[in-house]
Design a binder for this molecule. Structure first.
Ligand code: TYD
Length: 213
């Protein structure tokens, strides 16, 4: 089983992943937590290129292909073997980030991204994807607060440096995806108290696990 979390910067994915992990622990379910970019040792190297705020000249196509390269390594080295061994994989961002950031927002042709996704994923798709929906003004404030207090790395702020308009486009992109695939996506209002957000997520997760029994 593959569960992914998506959302703009500062939408609280990390906190919610911790809630999900505690829930699985409580029920004795075997899981791993991973992320994109950077879920493998090779992926960490790719991540540092992608998120370095100094890399302002990175071409959108270079960006797209680096995310794809990170994902291939991640799927082959970690995600597929973990799923095959019966573990639940919780992944912080997955290919929907590419569709929304590189496609909707940077403007790369969506059909090209879908083609690349097919090549990279070889049929793999999340069973459930949570979108933590939040006004980007709030999300960016949260993210910068974490950067300034040192809980988020300053060397990974290339996307936080983007204009508000960029993050608004990301948010709208996610909402558009959710309308296209209502069975897979669960949109949760991330402006609520994190505990409330967690309750909503676990409610849906519980139902999904019931169905899989
Ligand atoms: P990260 O520090 O993990 O951000 P967050 O904590 O907000 O998840 O950085 C990942 C960044 O990479 C994030 O700004 C979104 C971007 N991204 C893409 O543009 N395309 C992708 O395919 C992925 C996986 C991430």
């Amino acid at each position: 089983m593959l569960i992914t979390l998506e959302g703009i910067e500062g939408s609280g994915k990390t906190t919610q992943i911790d809630y999900i992990a505690s829930y699985f622990q409580k029920f004795g379910l075997d899981y791993i937590i991973t992320k994109e970019p950077g879920g493998t040792v090779i992926g960490e190297k790719i991540r540092s290129i992608l998120l370095d705020p100094g890399n302002i000249n990175i071409h959108p196509m270079t960006e797209l292909l680096l995310y794809a390269a990170d994902r291939v390594q991640h799927i082959k080295e970690l995600i597929n073997p973990m799923i095959e061994s019966g573990k639940i994989v919780i992944c912080d961002r997955f290919y929907d980030s590419t569709t929304v950031y590189q496609g909707f927002t940077r403007g790369i042709d969506i059909s090209l991204i879908q083609q690349l996704n097919r090549l990279v994923l070889e049929g793999l798709a999340p069973d459930m994807t949570f979108i933590l929906d939040l006004n980007p003004e709030i999300g960016l404030k949260r993210a910068w607060k974490q950067i300034n207090d040192g809980s988020r790395s300053e060397s990974e702020t290339r996307f936080e440096n983007e204009k508000l308009q960029f993050h608004e486009s990301v948010r709208n992109g996610y909402l558009a995806l959710a309308r296209q695939e209502p069975d897979r996506f669960v949109v949760v209002d991330a402006s609520m108290d994190p505990v409330k957000v967690g309750e909503k997520i676990l409610e849906h997760l519980g139902r999904c696990l019931e169905k899989q029994k």
